[in-house]
Design a protein around this ligand. Structure first.
Ligand SMILES: [Zn+2]
Length: 219
């Protein structure tokens, strides 16, 4: 232990000088009381800034290629969209890194949007509406339930996700109504299953739903 002869105090840990009088210390220092955390070389914020910078460069390059080639190719547009999704994805992942369920949920919604976009850009055959989005909604509810039990969440903590998923799945009615969905049965089935699930929650888990909504409304 270190000792300051002027102030007559013992000092724990290792100090260069006395914290009171800044004078010289006697004796040997000891291991620090608090664990020393390794400082990360690049903080999350600067990592994200680097990514934003790379994204800006990518955007400029792609617009430049479009300009030079007179919009001859489709791929710079695809790269731009992919770049935007990648950056948004990274941002979400870093912002909600402590809430894995939120990250997974947002990723799945991203996936649906990307699928819909690709479908629309490649002739709009409707496969995203017919198969991909209905399957993603079912997977979303299943994954939410599985993660809820794996992470040992209370249903109060994730029932709001399920409610949002059910409401979002109702949006599938719009393309069916506008006759944009060439095979609407899977979408209809996924809406029906999610509504059935929602009625189960409302009937048998009403207290959890009420607690969750009051919890979220109060914030
Ligand atoms: Zn001192």
């Amino acid at each position: 232990m270190q000792y300051c002869p002027k102030c007559k105090i013992n000092i724990r840990g290792t100090k260069k000088c006395c914290p009171l009088c800044q004078g010289r210390l006697e004796g040997e220092g000891e291991a620090p009381i608090f664990p020393v955390l390794k400082k990360r070389k690049v903080s999350n914020v600067s990592f994200f800034k680097i990514c934003v910078f790379a994204w800006i460069l990518l955007m400029i390059t792609m617009f430049w290629i479009d300009y030079v080639t007179g919009n001859q190719f489709a791929w710079p547009g695809v790269v731009r969209v992919a770049g935007c999704f990648a950056l948004a994805d990274l941002g979400v992942g870093m912002y909600y890194h402590s809430n894995i369920l939120k990250v997974v949920t947002i990723e799945i919604y991203f996936g649906m949007l990307v699928g819909y976009y690709i479908d629309k850009k490649t002739g709009f055959y409707g496969w995203s509406l017919s198969w991909m989005i209905p399957a993603f909604f079912l997977a979303l509810v299943l994954i939410t339930m599985i993660m809820g039990s794996i992470l040992k969440l209370y249903i109060v903590d994730y029932v709001i996700y399920l409610a949002v998923d059910v409401l979002a799945s109702l949006l599938q009615i719009i393309p069916i109504y506008r006759e944009q969905n060439p095979f609407p049965y899977a979408a209809a089935a996924s809406i029906a299953i999610l509504l059935g699930f929602a009625s189960y929650i409302v009937l048998f888990r009403f207290r959890d739903l009420k607690n969750a909504s009051s919890k979220y409304m109060n914030i």
